[in-house]
Design a protein around this ligand. Structure first.
Ligand code: NAP
Ligand code: MG
Length: 464
């Protein structure tokens, strides 16, 4: 038997058969301590590999390699077109190895293969291609009328320097590539610390980075523990920026840590995103989107719509749809239990009649759990807005209505980094900024804001 599937499986098995190493200055090395950390397949609970456990010494070496590639070139001084070409080459390499990367990510994260292949891996290549356009399009301003004659005044953008990128386990490749793409497009160099639970795809990405021809030290990868390797990056005086995606709890500690040495930060954190459904909405589409929204990535998705605010007139149809979905054998259930057997599974769960003060309504559960609250006409728009905004988080808000006035009113009033109307989420993905307000984060990824947050602006005045 030599079917493509088994070929991919064999490649992945070979890749996982040795402990994964650190990529520092273009070399693959074990941790200085020699320590490794095993990682598992959550669908079976079985250990599938092990990765080097980087300590402060390893992080120090990686930062030195990144600093050297930045200061002494060639990265920050390389012509924009050459950086673009390398980024496009990496995107091609990801695509050429997409099935293998998807399978590797699938067994490491427990995400369905199809989601990983068509969302994460395809999205990673897309992110690189979008951002590959930036190196030649980062500008400063020039004053037409300087303060006095004989002065030339302008601003120039420069790469920030060395970026410490720290990423979560729910979309490891997509997150790693997102941060790398922005950093290298801006002319920065990177030390990436993937999540301890899911280091595999980042290490494979490192191989593709070297294969694509990135100069040594531009992209370094250190696997290891958050409080050890991650913290060492946060504390390191040679790191100019921490780009973090993960929980709000760790995000707050990173913000505090970065304050000690005035590092720049972008923080992409958790959410508890509302979905508001008005009676005039396309209910079938809304219900389908709500159901998909909570089972996509098994609910382990930062922007998951977990607080459903539904007009009383449509609450019954919604619950009816869910019941009908269950009878029809769809993967929507009222659930509530852990699923026995191998691996870590819980049933998709719908909690009805929830109210604002309950912990299930306030905290990010990061699992397939939906809270449903109803409102009626007496409460009016203001109350619905207050209900939606009654959260520490502010990542994504969704609204379903055919009434344009209602939609525009809510767009302005909802406190969230993104507002999606009628299921149009993700439409501008790379071209527009993504991020959160309140405890959902600081800064944005995507669009020009994304790449600019990896630059510093310098004001230049020249007398003549
Ligand atoms: P997490 O526990 O916050 O971990 C994220 C990363 O931070 C991991 O690499 C972790 O390492 C590291 N870390 C932990 N403690 C650290 C410390 N003291 N200093 C430096 N780094 C440290 O988050 P997670 O559970 O992996 O991911 C789920 C969370 O990510 C959810 O809250 C989700 O909403 C959020 N998320 C947000 C977005 C977005 O774009 N807004 C996207 C995806 C996910 P270890 O793995 O070794 O602990
Ligand atoms: Mg794993």
């Amino acid at each position: 038997m030599n079917s493509p599937a088994t070929q991919v499986e064999r490649k992945v098995a070979a890749f996982l058969s040795r402990p994964l190493r650190l990529l520092i200055g273009g070399e693959w090395v074990a941790a200085a301590s020699g320590e490794i950390i095993p990682f598992d397949d959550p669908s079976s609970g079985r250990v599938i590999g092990a990765a080097a456990a980087a300590g402060a010494t390893d992080v120090d070496h990686a930062v030195a390699a990144a600093r050297s590639a930045f200061e002494r070139g060639p990265w920050s001084t390389m012509p924009a077109a050459d950086r673009t070409r390398l980024m496009l080459r990496l995107a091609d390499a990801i695509e050429a190895n997409a099935d293998e990367l998807a399978y590797l990510e699938c067994v490491d994260t427990g995400n369905p293969l199809r989601t990983v292949r068509h969302v994460d891996v395809a999205g990673a290549a897309e992110r690189l291609r979008y951002n590959a356009g930036w190196p030649s399009k980062i500008f400063g301003d020039t004053l037409l009328s300087p303060p006095r004659a004989g002065v030339f005044a302008c601003s120039i953008r420069e790469p920030l320097g060395v970026v410490g990128a720290i990423t979560p386990w729910n979309a490891p490749l997509f997150m790693a590539v997102g941060k790398i793409a922005l950093a290298v497009a801006a002319g920065c160099t990177v030390v990436l610390k993937p999540a301890e639970l899911t280091p595999a795809s980042a290490v494979r990405l490192g191989e593709l980075v070297m294969q694509a021809g990135f100069p040594p030290g531009v992209i370094n990868i250190v696997t290891g523990l958050g409080p050890v390797a991650g913290q060492a990056l946060v504390d390191h005086p040679g790191v100019d920026k921490i780009a973090f995606t993960g929980s709000s709890v760790v995000g707050r500690s990173i913000l505090a840590g970065a304050a000690r040495n005035m590092k720049r930060v972008t923080l992409e954190l958790g959410g508890k995103s509302p979905v508001i459904i008005f009676p005039d909405a396309d209910l079938e589409a809304a219900v389908r989107a709500v159901a998909m929204g909570i089972v996509f990535k098994t609910g382990q998705f930062c922007a998951a719509g977990t607080r459903i605010l539904v007009h009383r007139a449509v609450l019954e149809p919604v619950l009816g749809y869910i019941a009908a979905g269950r009878t029809a054998g769809a993967e929507v259930a009222c659930g509530g239990a852990q699923i026995e057997g191998d691996g870590y599974f819980v049933q998709p769960t719908v909690l009805a009649n929830t109210s604002a003060e309950m912990s299930v309504m306030r905290e990010e559960i990061f699992g397939p759990v939906l809270c449903v609250t109803s409102f009626d006409d007496r409460e009016g728009l203001e109350e619905v807005i207050a209900l939606a905004n009654d959260s520490d988080y502010g990542l994504t808000a969704r609204v379903w209505t055919r009434n344009l006035a209602t939609a525009h009113h809510l767009i302005r009033r909802l406190r969230a980094g993104s507002v999606n109307i009628n299921g149009a989420g993700g439409a501008g993905s790379e071209g527009l900024p993504f991020g959160g307000v309140k405890h959902s984060g600081v800064g944005r990824e995507g669009g020009h804001e994304g790449v600019e947050s990896y630059t510093e602006i310098k004001t230049v005045t020249i007398g003549y």
